[in-house]
Design a protein around this ligand. Structure first.
Ligand code: ADP
Ligand code: MG
Length: 785
């Protein structure tokens, strides 16, 4: 008996999981290869009642599928998604909320909105009650005090309600304008004229006797009042359109505002008391944010501006929370166990003492965050952001030292050989005096050299290895990799990183691309973010100046002066032609610029770096520049991030407007690394107001995070260079650029929830899980680890 029960339960579980996933995926019948019905033919056999419910699944409409899936899941003893918070579905003594005839998953037909309504709503993508309630108003009109015609002032904006008395189309003799003039009477019996210019079709929308709400500008001439109408609509039967703050929805041709208001109103009424999925977390959600039901009500029909704001705060919070939950669950981040390192104050102090400098406050703070991660049992997945030269590598060195002290190995992977060598030199400087054994592994080493390093890695003799892709090539095996540091993560593909991460080491990603914290938190959902937002002392900021095409040659006169002082100069040019392949166009632009500069500066040694070169060719050019074999480097945007050229004091950027601000800032970071007074000249290819406004941000600031935030504000997140559009979350209310506070709070809550319940299986999370399944579908995010 018992044995059979177990087997049956197992079968149930096996069938339940794909059904739940199918529901979470939006019932598109794509979760099971070959279709859900195929699955039922096998797994469904012991459960004929489930087979009946789902028979013909492929032909069903999505909404029907969802309802059937829920039914099937319930039959199998899965969690019913529409049940209330305390309701476990089998204990009758539970105080279930009063059963309401409608819930969020109910299809909108149930609202009986009249013929054609289903089609209209479907055109807006609205199918279930939940969709409708989250179809937020685009804006609001304040119609709390409806004015009578007698009270309005000449020249002011006003909203009037009037009944159509008569209408006519008038042609003005002189300018040939078409005027629609409609006579209205307001509720007090006063008359006014509504006027539309060149919109003859309006006439058809004015049946005599219709009652309309009209907004526009008032004109008073003698006793006559006209309204130059900017916006109008049917008053609607339920006075939802007057006497209150009125929602105006995103709509389409033929779908009226009054209809939408009525639909939302009905839905809210029919739902009655709405349970709040975050009820158990009211305190974390913050009291200023309304309970969900109230927030939805106020978002559509606000009692006041203050209530509206509280409502939107709450809905935004939920939006971000669902995003964070989705990101965290999909990345499995919350559940991954990593290594627990032992960290003692003595270890850290030994590292500090051996350093040739004192860590900055920001470095100390970030090191503290890293060490906390390393000590915890969860796998560390942390992104350290900081401008070039802010001291990320020094902090990583501390982490590597701790790993070595724990008997584990550490690896630092850099995108190019020259960077790997630079890191190796630095790490050797920091760690060798502490007795750590280091190795370098790069592609250009001889086979026997590589084999020797591989041997030492395998035996555990090497404690810290620095390298390029060579680290993830076949033949490389670690004795015990405990910490992986990845420099400039965007250069590596996800799969490449996974190879290094096969042993589940703690992971530290270093990036010099400043992304505003709010954006980073959400884009790199599975990474924690640390910022080194302070430069080591003694750095003089790079002086920056904007020139135009007319004054462009001044830049090169200045370049000559710098070179005469024995300094070096970068000149960067973006791709300008279109139509050709990117690399070809870049090469052409760079070659042309080089030829021009050779004529302009005949006594200057010039060389070229471009995207068509192989990695080792690029490395060779950079190496020769570093050795001062030439004075001026013309380059497309491929200059290696992070390579130190201490004598470089001038960066000239042609057509600077074609770069993102964050990128300009990065390019500027190539100079001023040797303590010499340094300069950056931005040459604007065009001088529109917008261009100059953007470039002035760079001119005025050297704070990478401030610049990235301005970039985000001026261009919008989708345009940020280097971020794929497809990776941007699709948010209705939230704004990644300005909602940092809400994002961090919602993220903290998401983390706390998942720590207690990684898959949201607790009954008290059932509602939340359903929200997530129903609403997070549209939200995208970028996969990192
Ligand atoms: P990043 O990796 O962020 O580009 P690095 O760690 O390579 O920065 O540091 C850049 C330079 O600044 C290195 O030469 C390093 O020795 C030096 N440096 C790092 N931290 C400090 C500090 N706190 N004080 C002085 N110099 C520092
Ligand atoms: Mg660096």
């Amino acid at each position: 008996m018992d044995e059979e029960a177990v087997t049956r339960d197992e079968l149930k579980a096996r069938l339940l999981r794909p059904l739940e996933r199918e529901l979470a995926d939006g019932a598109h019948d794509r979760v099971v290869a070959g279709g859900l019905e195929k699955l039922l033919e096998n797994l469904g056999q012991p459960f004929p009642e489930v087979g009946r419910v789902l028979a013909g699944y492929r032909q069903m409409e999505v909404e029907v599928r969802k309802a059937r899936l829920e039914e099937a899941i319930q039959l199998l003893g899965g969690k019913s998604l529409a049940q209330g918070p305390g309701d476990k579905g089998q204990s009758p003594q539970n105080p279930a909320p009063s059963p309401s005839p409608l819930h969020l998953d109910t299809p909108l037909e149930a609202l009986n909105l009249g013929p054609g309504s289903k089609k209209k709503l479907a055109e807006l993508g609205l199918r279930a009650v939940r969709d409708l309630l989250h179809h937020y108003p685009r804006r609001y009109e304040d119609r709390r005090t409806l004015q009578g015609v007698r009270e309005v002032e000449d020249g002011a904006k006003a909203t009037l309600v009037g009944k159509v008395l008569s209408r006519e189309l008038v042609k003005t003799p002189r300018k040939g304008l078409q005027l629609v003039q409609v006579r209205f009477m307001d509720a007090w019996g006063w008359k006014f004229t509504g006027v539309w210019f060149n919109q003859p079709w309006v006439l058809k929308q004015m049946p005599e006797g219709a009652s309309l709400v009209l907004s526009g500008r008032v004109q008073k001439r003698g006793g006559l009042v006209s309204l130059l109408v900017e916006y109008f609509e049917d008053e609607g039967g339920e006075s939802l359109s007057t006497g209150r703050i009125v929602p105006v929805y995103p709509a389409k041709e033929g779908i009226g505002q009054a209809f939408l208001r009525r639909a939302v109103w009905r839905a809210l009424e029919a739902l009655g008391e709405m349970p709040d999925p975050l009820q158990p977390y009211r305190n974390q959600v913050a009291p200023a944010r309304l309970p969900l039901g109230e927030a939805l009500r106020q978002a559509h029909f606000p009692d006041s501006e203050a209530r509206l704001e509280q409502a939107l705060e709450r809905l935004k919070f939920d939006e971000f929370l669902l995003l964070e939950l989705k990101v965290m669950i999909q990345s499995g981040g919350s559940a991954l166990l990593g290594r627990m390192f032992r960290v003692t104050p003595e270890m850290v102090e030994r590292f500090r003492t051996a350093l040739p400098f004192t860590l900055t406050g920001a470095q100390e703070r970030v090191l503290g965050e890293i060490l906390a991660d390393m000590q915890s049992e969860r796998q560390m997945a942390r992104l350290v952001q900081g401008d070039v030269g802010s001291g990320k590598t020094a902090v990583a060195a501390a982490a590597l030292y701790i790993a070595a002290q724990n008997g584990a190995q550490g690896a630092l992977m850099a995108p190019t050989e020259i960077l790997a060598k630079q890191h190796f030199d630095n790490l050797t400087r920091y760690l060798y005096p502490l007795g750590v054994s280091l190795d370098l592994l790069v592609g250009s080493m001889s086979a026997s050299e590589k084999r020797a390093v591989q041997e030492r890695l395998k035996s555990g003799q090497t404690q810290v290895v620095v390298g390029t892709h060579a680290l993830i090539q076949d033949g490389v095996a670690f004795h015990d990799l405990g910490l992986a540091v990845i420099d400039e993560e965007h250069r590596f593909g996800v799969l490449q990183r996974r190879r290094l991460l096969g042993q589940r080491p703690d992971v530290l990603v270093m990036s010099a691309t400043p992304i505003p914290r709010s954006l980073a938190l959400t884009l790199y959902g599975d990474l924690e973010v640390s910022q080194i937002d302070e430069l080591p002392p003694g750095r003089t900021p790079v002086q920056t100046k904007i020139l135009t095409q007319k004054t462009r040659t001044q830049a090169y006169a200045f370049a000559r002066q710098e070179i005469q002082k024995g300094h070096q100069v970068f000149v960067v040019t973006p791709m300008i032609e279109e139509g050709e392949s990117e690399a070809t166009a870049e090469l052409a632009a760079a070659t042309r610029l080089r030829e021009e500069l050779e004529r302009l500066l005949p006594d200057v040694r010039i060389d070229l770096l471009h995207g068509r070169m192989k990695p080792d060719e690029k490395d060779a050019v950079m190496e020769r520049f570093k050795q001062r074999a030439f004075d001026l480097l013309v380059s497309t945007t491929v200059i290696e991030v992070g390579v130190d050229i201490p004598q470089a004091t001038l960066m000239i950027i042609e057509n600077a407007e074609r770069f993102g601000l964050a990128q300009l800032h990065q390019l500027r970071g190539r100079v001023g690394r040797g303590g010499l007074e340094s300069y950056c000249i931005l040459i604007a290819g065009e001088t529109s107001k917008r261009t100059l406004q953007r470039l002035r941000v760079i001119e005025a600031s050297t704070d990478g995070f401030y610049i990235a935030e301005q970039d985000l504000k001026l261009r919008g997140p989708g345009e940020l260079r280097g971020l794929r559009q497809s990776g941007m979350p699709d948010l209705r209310l939230g704004d990644l650029a300005s909602d940092q506070q809400i994002i961090e709070e919602s993220r903290a809550l998401a983390k706390a929830i998942l720590e207690a319940d990684p898959y949201l299986n607790h009954p008290e999370h059932a509602l939340l899980k359903r929200e997530l399944q129903a609403r997070a579908e549209a939200i995208g995010f970028r996969e990192v680890i």
